[in-house]
Design a binder for this molecule. Sequence first.
Ligand SMILES: Cc1ncc(COP(=O)(O)O)c(C=O)c1O
Length: 417
Amino acid sequence: MPTDTGTSIRSNGEHYGCQSDTSGVTSGQELFESPPSVITDYSRFISQTSSFRNFSFPRVLMKCLETLPKDGVFFAGGLPNASLFPISNVTIELTDGTKIDFGNALTSTALQYGTTNGYPPLLQKLNEYLRRYHGIDEEKMRTREMFVVPGAQDGLSKAAECILNEGDYVILEKFMYPGTTGALAAMNPKHLTVESDGDGMIPESLLQVLSPWDGENARPSDTAPKDRFPSFLSMDVDNRVIRLDSFSKIVSAGMRLGCIIGPQALMERVLMHEQVTIMHTPGLTQIMLHKILESWGWEKFEEHVRNVTEFYKSRRDIMLKLCNEHLSDLAHWHEPRGGMFMWLKLKGIKDTLKFCMGPCMETGIVTLPGSACSVAPQEPSSFIRLSYSLVPVETMEKGIKRLREAILKEQARTARH
Ligand SMILES: Cc1ncc(COP(=O)(O)O)c(C=O)c1O
């Protein structure tokens, strides 16, 4: 699931405490009156923690291995001798029956330390992906940097550390991917909350949040776009977007693969962080991904993504039907247009944390309270989140009927008090 993070929503945060009306805000047009100028100095976007980081010299020298002439001698790295590793070959079999044999030399590369940026042939494929699907051509790439990360979550938390100082303001949807709020928590940011609906952020609410903004401080916002196109990255004319892609939902979650792209000056700080934490994304899974993309080509890649989408869509339809049959008098919902979750707003239940941990558990169903995905988790929420990804179709009906029982039980209990 892609996440685009705009890096330059400006604020004079001091206005925030007293902001109460939207007078003067007429339409989104005024936000875009003057043409954007390309950002050249990113120093004001870099957090203090990130500014202390340096390139790791041994990691930088690792890159020389990629271009070392055949008769070159590499004395610099602390690389183990791969002939001592107990694995000599890796073969993978795809669900369509294709078998891919790495061979000894590639297996040895896969098991050895690699550069922090990523396995070069995979980087090349990812560059193709960005050009093909987000319009990032060579010209646009000149001021940007892209590298492989072990999952979007890793890139997200490091990008956040790169641009946020403690106590900075961030603009967030009221309910969102808990990994984002979790990653931001270390910087203890102040939240500016934008209301959202089935289509994502509500523009009027975003305008209301942005209207008093006039200062110089850079603040990120994070959003997972509900539709694929156009991405923020493809619309990024002044080089302010950091985009994260994840292969978790389309190739494998356990392979931990994603990529990050953004302004060069910021990406180099994130790369410095990677150099001294994970050092690089595992070579084995990077090479697996490269081999899969190579074997598929882009047409088959698209076909696979379509199949994945169709699968979740059909699961969604089953869950929607069950909710309509069993819950229409007890909850409200929007039809999900992507992802793998139904969000239900329960009638007559103010705090779903208690409800999920009490009546739901007692009835044998595990559901996520809305507060777990809220930017204000301490506030009670009437929402619950149900995933339709894994529950077998046969079990889904049983689960929804039990949910009905649990809601009725809780409503009766609340009515008594
Ligand atoms: C919006 C968003 N960002 C990031 C992630 C994490 O992805 P990854 O598995 O690549 O770390 C998820 C996972 O669900 C997500 O929904």
